[in-house]
Ligand binder design. Structure first.
Ligand SMILES: Cc1cc2nc3c(=O)[nH]c(=O)nc-3n(C[C@H](O)[C@H](O)[C@H](O)COP(=O)(O)OP(=O)(O)OC[C@H]3O[C@@H](n4cnc5c(N)ncnc54)[C@H](O)[C@@H]3O)c2cc1C
Length: 382
């Protein structure tokens, strides 16, 4: 009897343990007490609040532990879920329904079978191969270790030599530390806001002629006026060409127009790209926008493999076109839909509406809609 119920257990492997992956795991356990659930996460933490990372950098969220919604141990104890951190899924063999896992620190490779597989690998930050991009002092804000590295760099402080060459002999007033944030999207703006909060002199460099690209331009102007009033210097319409180290050890950001922005710290916020390397090992269909293609039940082109979150393409609610939406709300919802479907429910995804948790004001949401309406209208005329 015992042996029979064991063999009837569905084994679900979930890749990625943050927004979509963790939501899927928790929901699945609520729906199915017997399922064998394994969640693997490449990084050291699961289920943390990426949205809070810029605010941890700024000191608004003081403790790192406040970012951790649930630990791996919570998942094990409360949900009876096998969680493996520092564990990267490296290869899927759909024919044998197995997945290879590599321990990030030891390099040891093991193999696990699955009945159903859920991919929620997210979307890594874009990091173009620009000259000098690997210089010390250039960071991105994506994970808890990223935020920790930025805070450590800032707190080390003594490295910041800006202005000391102007020492007059009478006083050693330290000038403001200079930060250059590259990219005027949500994460760039949030990070800039937080660096101002920490007392930095902040320049934000953006290739387009406006911040927050999804907004209509008149709406973006309202945001730009607001951030400038709060002391952020905007350098719009200018792409970054590279980085170099100044004679005093600080950084210089070189732009395509020939400008040089001095910096003691540089934050890259150039957007994200769907993580599809693992999906490609299984031969899953990838869409025209570069995300994993799924149906409205989050099934990929292989019916036993589901995908959710930043890595997938979804139909835009207004334009009907395939689009990429890198936001936590949709990722959580999609994770729960995948769990429902695996547990035998008929949940489907409605195309996401204009997201509410984008950190933008109601004016911003309106601007986004108008632009999308225009896109939809253009499409109708075709
Ligand atoms: C700084 C920042 C601020 C944000 N602010 C907001 C906000 O205000 N509002 C909002 O809605 N959204 C915000 N987002 C976006 C939101 O966090 C994401 O949309 C959401 O986390 C996506 O969920 P996901 O599960 O697809 O990916 P993630 O939450 O990124 O999780 C993917 C995980 O998969 C792991 N992984 C990848 N490949 C593998 C592999 N092969 N094996 C094992 N593990 C793997 C990664 O290490 C990663 O931890 C923010 C994101 C960032 C970085």
């Amino acid at each position: 009897m015992e042996a029979k119920s064991q063999s009837a257990r569905t084994k679900v492997v979930i890749v990625g343990g943050v927004a979509g992956g963790a939501s899927c795991a928790a929901r699945l356990r609520r729906l199915d007490e017997n399922a064998e659930i394994l969640m693997v996460e490449r990084g050291p933490y699961v289920s943390y609040a990426n949205c809070g990372l810029p605010y941890h950098v700024g000191g608004v969220i003081e403790k790192e532990s406040s970012l951790l919604v649930a630990t791996a141990d919570t998942f094990r104890r409360v949900f009876n879920i096998d969680v493996r951190t520092n564990c990267e899924a490296v290869w899927i063999s759909p024919d044998t329904k197995t997945i290879e896992l590599r321990h990030v620190e030891t390099g040891e490779v093991t193999s696990e079978s699955y009945d159903k597989l859920v991919l929620s690998p997210g979307a890594p930050s874009v990091r173009p191969p620009l000259p000098g991009i690997d210089l010390p002092g250039i960071f991105q804000v994506r994970t808890v270790p990223d935020a920790r590295a930025i805070r450590e760099w800032i707190e080390r402080g003594s490295l910041f030599l800006s202005g000391m060459d102007k020492y007059s002999g009478f006083q050693t007033v330290r000038p403001k530390t200079r930060a250059v944030v590259i990219g005027g999207g949500f994460i760039g703006l949030e990070t800039a806001e937080n660096l101002v909060h920490r007392g930095f002199d902040v320049t934000l460099v953006e290739m387009l002629d406006q911040v927050l690209a999804p907004l209509d331009q008149d709406m973006a102007r309202i945001v730009e006026n607001y951030v400038e009033r709060h002391g952020i210097r905007l350098a719009l319409n200018d792409g970054v060409a590279g980085f170099q180290q100044a004679a005093n050890g600080s950084l210089e950001v070189l732009t395509k127009s020939g400008k040089v922005h001095p910096a003691d710290i540089v934050i890259l916020a150039l957007g994200v790209r769907p993580e599809t390397a693992l999906a490609k090992t299984a031969g899953l269909a990838i869409g025209e926008r570069g995300g994993i293609r799924v149906d409205e039940q989050m099934r990929t082109s292989n019916p036993d493999i589901f995908a959710v979150g930043d890595a997938i393409e979804v139909r835009d609610f207004v334009t009907g076109e395939w689009s990429l939406i890198a936001l936590a709300g949709p990722a959580n919802r999609q994770g729960r839909i995948a769990a429902d479907v695996i547990a035998g429910r008929e949940s489907v995804s409605a195309a996401p509406r204009v997201p509410r948790s984008s950190g933008c004001s109601c004016r911003g949401r309106l601007g986004w809609c108008q632009r999308k309406d225009a896109q939809a209208a253009r499409r109708q005329r075709l």
